[in-house]
Ligand binder design. Structure first.
Ligand SMILES: [Zn+2]
Ligand SMILES: [Zn+2]
Length: 499
C-alpha cells in the first residue's frame, strides 16, 4: 500500500491535517515535501481537511544574504510588520508567501491558509497563552527535562512585542491577566495584551497550542523537529499535560537535497525555489518526484541534466500506467501525481530531451508540432506539447548546462576542413543519401561506417559536424540532432562544406 493510504488508514474520519512554515525567505522545493505529504494523505482520506499555517508573527532572525543591508533595523520584529523587500507586497511575510501559495495552487493542493499574526490578533491564542503562563512551572519542567537545557526561574512561555521598538527581545516581569508585563532591551517598560497580536508563544509552546486551538489530528514534520529532544518530543508532552489532549498523528519526512550540496535551506541559499521547479517540469512531475519515494528516503535533486531523467521517468511511469505494467503501489503514485482528473487515455508526450534540441533548432513552434505529432493527437495533446516546450525553454534559460545549449548557424561558417575531414564527410554523404529512413540510429551508424572506411578518428569525425552546424567543437547527440533537422538542409550544408 502507498504510504498516503497507510497514513490515512490510521486516522479517524473528518480530521484536520496541519502543516506550516515561517515565511522568512524564498520558500524552496524542500518545503513542498511537507505540504504535499499532507495533501496526499488528505486525498487518500477523502473527507479530511488540510490547513497551511504561515508563521507570519515570527521575528526576523538575521539579515539573510538575499536581503538588503538596511534590514538590520528589522531584526527582531515580526515578519508581518516588516516592509516587503520588493515593494509590491504588503509585508515581508507576504512577499515570500505569495509565490509559494501560487505554487501550491498550481500543484492542485487544496488547503486553507492561516496566518499566525491574524490568529493572535483575533484572540484565538488567548486561552492557550493563559494556560501556558499559569502552568509555566510544569511547562518549564517538560522543556528542561526533555531538552537538557536550563531555563531561568523567572522564565515565561511568552515573547512580548515591545510597544516602543517593535522587537521581540523583552524580558517578562509578571502576568496580570490579560497583560504580560515586560521590560524591553530598549528600556521601555510595558504591557502586552494576550488577546491581541502583542506577543507570541515560543515555538515549542506555540506548536502544541495550535494543535489544541485548531484540533489538529495529523501533522507531517521534518526530521529536525522529530529528532530526540526536538520540538515534537516537547510538544506532545505539553499538549497532554497542559491542554489535556492527544498529540496529532506525526508523519515524519526526510529532506530534499540539492545533489552534491546538501539539504535545501533558504538561509544558506542551497535551494531551488518551488516556482522554478514548477516552471521547469510542471506540477505533475513535481508531485511524482515526491510521491514515488518513501517518506524516510531523502530525495536528491539535480536541476541540470537530472531534469531530463526525471521527466523521462515520469513519461515511462505514465506509459506503464496505461499499458497495465505497473503494480498497484506504482499505479497509486501516478494517480496521486495528477493535478486534474486522471486522464482517460494515455496522453501523447514529446520526450523532454528531444524538445531540448527542437526548440533550439526551430523558432516556430507550429513547425515543431507538425514534426512530432502523430495522427491520433488531440487539441489537448497539443496543449501538453506547448506547455512542455515552454518548460524546456525555461530549463535552457535557467538550469541547463552549457554543453546542451547550441544555436544552428544560419550559414556555413568560415572554416578550414582538412583533407581527412573532407574525405570523411564525402563518404558520409554517400552513406546517408540512399537512406530511406532519416532516423537517429541510421544517421549515427553512418558516422561510424564512414569513419572506419576513411580511417579518421571518431572524435574528429563527430567534431566536424559540430563545426559545420553550430560552430562549436562539441554539441548534442549527433544522430538525434541530425534527424531533427531537415534532410535537405543537412545535405546542402554538408555539400557546401566539402565541395
Ligand atoms: Zn515583495
Ligand atoms: Zn523595545
Amino acid at each position: 500500500m502507498h504510504w498516503a493510504d497507510v497514513e490515512a488508514d490510521r486516522l479517524d474520519d473528518s480530521i484536520l491535517i496541519a502543516t506550516g512554515i515561517t515565511p522568512s525567505g524564498p520558500i524552496h522545493l524542500g518545503s513542498l515535501r511537507e505540504i504535499l505529504t499532507g495533501d496526499a494523505i488528505r486525498r487518500a482520506k477523502g473527507d479530511a481537511k488540510l490547513v497551511y499555517i504561515a508563521d507570519s508573527i515570527d521575528p526576523l532572525r538575521k539579515v539573510y544574504p538575499f536581503l538588503p543591508e538596511n534590514y538590520e533595523q528589522y531584526v527582531g520584529k515580526p515578519l508581518s510588520e516588516i516592509p516587503c523587500p520588493c515593494g509590491d507586497h504588503e509585508t515581508y511575510a507576504e512577499h515570500f508567501l505569495a509565490p509559494f501559495l501560487e505554487s501550491i495552487h498550481r500543484l492542485g493542493v487544496e488547503c486553507g491558509v492561516l496566518h499566525t499574526h491574524e490568529m493572535y490578533a483575533e484572540g484565538e491564542y488567548e486561552e492557550a497563552v493563559r494556560k501556558l503562563i499559569l502552568n509555566r512551572k510544569k511547562v518549564k519542567e517538560i522543556l528542561t527535562t526533555v531538552t537538557g537545557r536550563t531555563l531561568k526561574d523567572d522564565w515565561y512561555p511568552y515573547n512580548p512585542i515591545c510597544g516602543e521598538c517593535g522587537k521581540m527581545h523583552a524580558k517578562v516581569t509578571g502576568f496580570s491577566d490579560p497583560y504580560v508585563e515586560y521590560t524591553c532591551r530598549c528600556g521601555y517598560e510595558g504591557k502586552s495584551d494576550i488577546r491581541k497580536a502583542e506577543g507570541k508563544l515560543p515555538w515549542r509552546c506555540d506548536w502544541p497550542a495550535r494543535w489544541w486551538i485548531l484540533g489538529v489530528d495529523c501533522e507531517p514534520l521534518g526530521k529536525d523537529h522529530a529528532a530526540s529532544g526536538g520540538s515534537w518530543d516537547t510538544g506532545k508532552l505539553i499538549v497532554k499535560d497542559i491542554f489535556d489532549r492527544s498529540p496529532p498523528n506525526p508523519v515524519v519526512y526526510e529532506w530534499i537535497q540539492l545533489k552534491g550540496k546538501g539539504a535545501m535551506s533558504s538561509s544558506t541559499g542551497v535551494a531551488i525555489k518551488a516556482e522554478d521547479m514548477l516552471d521547469t517540469v510542471g506540477p505533475e512531475v513535481v508531485r511524482f518526484l515526491l510521491f514515488k519515494y518513501k517518506l524516510q528516503t531523502h530525495i536528491d535533486i539535480e536541476p541540470g541534466l537530472g531534469v531530463l531523467d526525471m521527466v523521462d521517468e515520469y513519461d515511462a511511469w505514465e506509459a506503464g500506467y496505461f499499458d497495465g505494467s505497473l503494480d498497484d503501489d506504482s499505479r497509486r503514485v501516478y494517480e496521486l501525481s495528477q493535478v486534474d482528473e486522471i486522464p482517460s487515455r494515455q496522453p501523447f508526450r514529446v520526450p523532454y530531451r528531444h524538445l531540448v534540441n527542437l526548440v533550439q533548432i526551430y523558432e516556430d513552434e507550429e513547425h515543431i508540432w507538425r514534426l512530432v505529432r502523430d495522427e491520433g493527437c488531440t487539441e489537448h495533446d497539443k496543449k501538453l506539447f506547448e506547455t512542455r516546450a515552454e518548460q524546456v525553454r525555461y530549463w535552457l534559460n535557467n538550469f541547463a548546462p552549457d554543453m546542451v545549449k547550441f544555436s544552428i548557424l544560419e550559414s556555413l561558417p568560415k572554416i578550414e576542413l582538412s583533407d581527412e575531414e573532407r574525405e570523411f564527410l564525402k563518404r558520409y554523404l554517400e552513406e546517408i543519401k540512399p537512406e530511406e529512413d532519416w532516423t537517429p540510429e541510421s544517421l549515427h551508424q553512418a558516422v561510424h561506417n564512414a569513419a572506419e572506411e576513411t580511417g579518421i578518428k571518431k572524435g574528429k569525425a563527430f567534431r566536424a559536424f559540430y563545426k559545420i552546424f553550430i560552430g562549436e567543437s562539441r554539441g548534442p547527440k549527433l544522430g538525434r540532432f541530425l534527424a531533427q533537422l531537415d534532410r535537405d538542409f543537412v545535405i546542402e550544408r554538408l555539400e557546401e562544406a566539402v565541395f
